[in-house]
Design a protein around this ligand. Structure first.
Ligand SMILES: C[S@@+](CC[C@H](N)C(=O)[O-])C[C@H]1O[C@@H](n2cnc3c(N)ncnc32)[C@H](O)[C@@H]1O
Length: 339
């Protein structure tokens, strides 16, 4: 057992002895994992719980709904279930119930998290019961809420949500928490994002930590309006080494105009001139996957070719103009903890 009360690192171990997943935590000390397969952490440097609250729960603005309402939520890249679990606890505090549909390739992250006492201690008993039931039976139902995990490649599952589950135009929230586009382009393609967009109600929201221009541009091409997720004020009170003030905490997208506020308490803000200009650069070239089955390497290579042939403005020049050279990729917080 480790000091986290966790068993040995589980999961398929390749011939070189490296476990597929290893435990790590961010600045808030909450439980997270690092995927050796994808070469990336499951959560950003602020920590899993802080990220779930700042990038998914807060921008969902649950106060928009009335007590007694049931929200339909699709959680893409369910992983350890941190986002759904944090949302369930916030929703029940407001008298709301949820119908959650989780899309996830691999049961191992949830299994490994539930084997760890530190992870289990993060949750209220009812929330923990949901996570156990999802792992063991794939479904859960209590107190008016229900959840179901659809295992497999989310690209093949999303068609079933639209047709068999008849969720087209019926979802209040889509939480998109895949590994970053360069690590997992399959879940950021124009085609996949367009399918997710079709799930949304007119006032529904797709929320993601990702600020990449390719993703934002694809969401626009899918007919959605955009807002930037405002970093929360509390970041200023973090330890000095963690005191970052990124320009965006992610993206909210909706078929109709999002309620934006100028005050620091409003979780959504309009895209700044800098962010809008980003969408006119080569970085905004979408990831394409018309078959819904392409390998990551193929999606990345084809995008690179399209970028080379593109007449769009240079992203490096945009970065220089806005003083972003010191920041990896976009100037926002690096989306996930690197190796
Ligand atoms: C960044 S982690 C998600 C973290 C999670 N939302 C949480 O709060 O714990 C990304 C997840 O996407 C899953 N994933 C990767 N490729 C996928 C695919 N093609 N379809 C479905 N899930 C996928 C991974 O197994 C991983 O659990």
């Amino acid at each position: 057992m480790t000091s986290n009360g966790c068993g040995p690192e589980a999961g398929p171990t390749p011939a070189d002895g490296t476990p597929a997943l290893r435990i790590q935590s961010g600045a808030d000390g909450s439980f997270s994992l690092f995927s050796n397969r994808f070469g990336e952490g499951f959560h950003g440097t602020i920590g899993a719980l802080s990220e779930a609250r700042a990038k998914f729960v807060r921008p969902a603005q649950l106060e928009r709904f009335s007590a007694g309402q049931r929200l339909v939520v699709v959680d893409v890249g369910f992983g350890l279930g941190t986002n759904s679990a944090a949302l369930l606890e916030a929703a029940s505090g407001q008298g709301l119930t949820l119908q959650i549909l989780g899309l996830e390739l691999d049961p191992q992250p949830l299994r490994q998290a539930l084997a760890c006492a530190a992870f289990r201690r993060q949750w209220q008993p009812g929330t923990l019961a949901m996570l156990w039931a999802l792992l063991e039976r794939g479904g859960w139902c209590a107190d008016g809420s229900q959840a179901r995990l659809l295992w497999g490649d989310a690209r093949s599952r999303v068609g079933g949500l639209l047709e068999r589950h008849q969720l087209a135009g019926r979802c209040d929230l889509v939480l998109l928490d895949a590994f970053s586009p360069r690590r997992c382009p399959e879940l950021w393609s124009l085609e996949f994002l367009s399918a997710l967009a079709r799930l949304l109600r007119p006032e529904g929201r797709l929320l993601t930590y990702c600020c990449a221009a390719a993703v934002r541009h694809s969401l626009q091409l899918a007919g959605l309006q955009l807002a930037s997720i405002r970093p929360p004020q509390e970041l200023g009170t973090m330890a000095p080494s963690q005191r970052i003030r990124p320009w965006s905490f992610g993206t909210a997208a909706s078929p109709t105009a999002l309620g934006l506020g100028s005050g620091p308490d409003c979780p959504l803000q309009p895209l700044t001139t800098m962010e809008i200009e980003h969408l006119g650069t080569r970085a905004a070239q979408p990831y394409r996957d018309p078959s819904g089955q392409a390998a990551a390497a193929v999606i990345l290579a084809e995008r690179q070719l399209a970028q080379a042939a593109s007449a769009a403005a240079s992203t490096s020049a945009w970065r220089r103009r806005w003083g972003l050279e010191g920041h990896p990729r976009t100037g926002a917080e690096p989306p996930r903890q690197p190796a």
